[in-house]
Design a protein around this ligand. Structure first.
Ligand code: ADP
Length: 181
């Protein structure tokens, strides 16, 4: 199963991706986690990405696309993956399609986790990650609206919307049901 999770920052993509990864037996691939691991280890990629994460801006797509391309080529992703935080722009979606096509693969499903903006702001303020302060959150939401929301139209006809308000397990059940599992 090759699955993409869409949704605003704070929608619970990471939490749900982790659960889905266990249940579906495919790796959880989070571009945010990959960037943060590179930042922690002070790799060249991490040093390049840090200023964008700190400001709540998108890391340039060429950097992000290359990172994802090498990650999904790893053996554990041969039978699928849950992508969390990628694609985040229409050009990234096109790059992903191209990468998959080159190995005769395609996406099986795109799930949009729907959560109102006031709820995601409250969740992020409670979470307290380095980029979870109010100014940066506001910018990430703006970037989401401008750059990522157009993906819902891009995936029109494929994307299934799932209500992301509720208990973690409840939301997970909704996603599995939407996937026909
Ligand atoms: P959230 O969904 O809560 O914003 P993430 O962990 O997915 O958190 O992303 C954190 C940051 O990592 C983003 O604000 C951005 O700077 C960077 N990032 C993650 N995914 C991408 C991507 N696909 N393209 C560009 N930048 C990304």
């Amino acid at each position: 199963m090759r699955l993409v999770l869409l949704g605003p920052p704070g929608a619970g993509k990471g939490t749900q991706a982790e659960l889905l990864s266990d249940k579906l037996g495919v790796p959880h691939i989070s571009t945010g986690n990959l960037f943060r691991a590179n930042i922690d280890q002070q790799t060249p990629l991490g040093r390049e990405a840090q200023k964008y994460l700190d400001a709540g801006n998108l890391v340039p797509s060429d950097v992000t696309n290359r990172m994802v391309e090498s990650r999904i080529a790893e053996p554990d992703a041969a039978n699928g993956f849950v992508l969390d935080g990628y694609p985040r722009t229409v050009d990234q979606a096109e790059a992903l399609e191209k990468m998959l096509k080159e190995s005769s693969r395609e996406l099986d499903a795109v799930v949009s986790i729907v959560v109102p903006e006031d709820v995601v702001v409250a969740r992020m303020l409670g979470r307290g990650r380095a980029d979870d302060n109010e100014g940066v959150i506001r910018n990430r939401l703006r970037v989401y609206r401008e750059e990522t929301e157009p993906l819902l139209d891009h995936y029109d006809g494929t994307v299934v919307a799932v209500d992301g308000v509720g208990e973690v397990d409840e939301v997970n059940e909704r996603i599995l049901r939407a996937l026909g599992r």
